[in-house]
Design a protein around this ligand. Structure first.
Ligand code: NDP
Length: 244
């Protein structure tokens, strides 16, 4: 299936590392103009070395005012990938308010805010658009030490559905991908221990974690006009984990 984003402008958050970085590069390869948003300048510098056409924006998305200012001049966006997130693992009884607030402000509040900024422009131009939120299997299945992360992703799934409901009449589609573990920096944080990772892979019918490209391909599909009638879905990219 050939997907082209020629003539489209895409914005990807958390594009410095992992899934977001690979998504930004894939979108550029498919012809999109890409704005990459993340908070570590060194990651943007190395991303630009890989793909000089990418436009960098360095901002901490947990800062509402700084985000507003940073995205003020990015111009019209057709495709948005809300990918940035943090995962602070803590046993439920040890969850601290600072980690709770940080996770909700990046994983949920920033998604709402960036989407508001982008979707207002889409609505004003009447050109429609497509938004993909990067959620997780953790939105629908309890994982030990992931109380706050699971709660943020559960909230994100419902945000996706309400956005689909309210933005649909403006021809703006909103969907999420819900991957299983991917061995990025974030994935390694929770799943490097072979004993622990075995307990997870044994519950995945395909018997393995997802590759970054597995997630990127599903994001590209949901962004593209190949999924024109798909709106408000949470698409597992989990080898069947959530089906069992
Ligand atoms: P990584 O930790 O590898 O990359 C996350 C990126 O987001 C980094 O570039 C990071 O920048 C950026 N980011 C984090 N917080 C902020 C912030 N406040 N402002 C701006 N940028 C920020 O994560 P993954 O690629 O693994 O994860 C991407 C998405 O996939 C996330 O939504 C995650 O929840 C989801 N996911 C991941 C899974 C996995 O196992 N890896 C499984 C299921 C879902 P910096 O490094 O500078 O903080």
């Amino acid at each position: 299936m050939e997907i082209s984003f020629r003539g489209k402008h895409a914005l990807v958050t958390g594009a410095g590392k992992g899934i977001g970085r690979a998504t930004a590069l894939a979108l550029a390869r498919c012809g999109a103009e890409v704005t990459a948003v993340t908070r570590t300048q060194a990651d943007l510098d190395s991303l630009l070395q890989e793909c000089a056409s990418i436009r960098p924006v360095c901002v901490d998305l947990s800062d509402w005012g700084a985000t507003e200012a940073a995205l003020q001049h990015v111009g019209p966006i057709d495709l948005l990938v809300n990918n940035a997130a943090c995962a602070n693992l803590q046993p439920f009884l040890e969850v601290t308010p600072d980690k709770f607030d940080q996770a909700f402000s990046v994983n949920v509040k920033a998604v709402l805010h960036v989407s508001q900024i982008v979707a207002r422009g889409m609505k004003a131009r009447g050109s429609g658009g497509s938004i993909v939120n990067v959620s997780s299997q953790a939105s629908q299945c309890a994982l030990r030490d992931h109380a706050v992360y699971c709660a943020t992703k559960g909230a994100l799934d419902m945000l996706t559905k309400v956005m689909a409901l309210e933005l649909g009449p403006h021809q703006i589609r909103v969907n999420s991908v819900n991957p299983t573990v991917v061995m990025t920096e974030m994935g390694r944080l929770g799943w490097s221990d072979p004993e622990k990772s075995k307990t997870m892979t044994s519950r995945i019918p395909l018997g393995r974690f997802a590759e970054v490209e597995d997630v990127v391909n599903s994001i590209l599909f949901l962004l593209s006009d190949k999924s024109n009638m798909t709106n408000g879905v949470t698409l597992p990219v989990d080898g069947g984990f959530l089906a069992c």
